[in-house]
Write a protein that binds this ligand. Structure first.
Ligand code: NAI
Length: 296
């Protein structure tokens, strides 16, 4: 199956951590990318985050200035979905909530062309449950990028029971053309990576609750001693505790309360306190001018 051509316009809905990163990937691959968010400030912030990262890549000598400018110029902010009606691929990266996503998909179906593909960057929600509300469920699949999307190679292409095979294969080929390492997955709770990764976070949070080790110590052990790219606490701070907690609850519920996937009350309290991680300046660690240091 051929990838989508560079002339295909892509709509990214949700301009937060993931949406802005995904928009950057698609624009870098040559597509015009409409960037939409329900919150106008998020669109501005998302485009600014893309610009900042492109500048960083130029400074590091990993990207030419002309290509960086052309990439940014291809990211077109839009404040209504109808401005993006000629997009042939929409990638949703909004809040991890089934009802909110379903409402968006209904809007997308009434706005986009009949053949447009609708992809969700959901970390854990059922593709079948999302597709069930669509007039054309075959056009919906998961396209699950990892954080930060411009750096992480893996993309899970998630098929539900009704996803057209051509849709999944087109997404697979397109992700590959975008320089990613796609894998096919089926719509099971947490798909592949988030199923395997849940106990990694959960056990680390249990160690913390039992005062067995300081977060920075455990992170260093796993990073430097075991070869993980990041320790569990710094990774949760990067993902965002709101997102991580929502994903854990979703996987736990989907496995009928299997204790292996039990959410952590401590993470629930972090979310309640607004300590969401890097994005709010404080999570398990503090972020600011000082180097990240553990919160007492
Ligand atoms: P985020 O909180 O950084 O951004 C979400 C954005 O969606 C916000 O700007 C918000 O204003 C916007 N939004 C919310 N509801 C909307 C609606 N109805 N219409 C339009 N815009 C709306 O969240 P993040 O981290 O980017 O996550 C987005 C999705 O990606 C979630 O489904 C999450 O599970 C998934 N994901 C997150 C990863 C992470 O490490 N944070 C990794 C992979 C997937």
């Amino acid at each position: 199956m051929a990838p989508l051509g560079k002339n295909v316009k892509v709509l990214v809905v949700g301009a937060g951590a993931m949406g802005s990163g995904i928009a950057q990937v698609a624009a870098r691959a040559g597509h015009t990318v409409y960037l939409y968010d329900g919150c106008a400030e998020a669109i501005t912030a998302g485009r600014a985050a893309i610009e900042k990262d492109l500048r960083f890549l130029v400074a590091k000598g990993r990207l030419g200035e002309t290509e960086a400018a052309a990439t940014l110029a291809r990211v077109v902010p839009v404040t209504t979905l109808s401005e993006a009606r000629d997009a042939a691929l929409a990638i949703e990266a909004i809040v991890e909530n089934l009802d909110v996503k379903r409402k968006l998909f209904a809007e997308l179906e009434s706005t986009l062309g009949a053949d447009a593909i609708i992809a969700s960057n959901t970390s854990s929600l059922s593709i079948n449950a999302m597709a069930a509300g669509l007039a054309r469920p075959g056009r919906l699949a998961g396209l699950h990028f990892f954080n930060p999307a411009p750096r992480m190679a893996l993309v899970e292409v998630v098929s539900g029971l009704t996803t057209d095979r051509d849709v999944a294969e087109t997404l697979y080929a397109t992700a590959r053309a975008w320089g990613k390492m796609p894998v096919h997955a089926t719509s099971t709770p947490g798909f592949i990576v988030n199923r395997v990764a849940r106990p990694y976070y959960a056990e680390a949070l249990r160690v913390l609750a039992e005062h067995e080790a300081e977060p920075a110590t455990l992170d260093a052990i796993l990073r430097e001693g075991c070869g993980f790219a990041m320790g569990p606490f710094e990774l949760m701070d990067l993902i965002g505790h709101d997102v991580n907690f929502a994903v854990t609850k979703s996987v736990f519920d989907a496995y009928f309360g299997d204790r292996r996937f039990a959410p952590s009350p401590f993470q629930q309290e972090l979310v309640a306190a607004g300590r969401l991680g890097r994005k709010t300046g404080r999570g398990i660690f503090e972020y600011g001018e000082l180097a990240a240091k553990p919160v007492p």
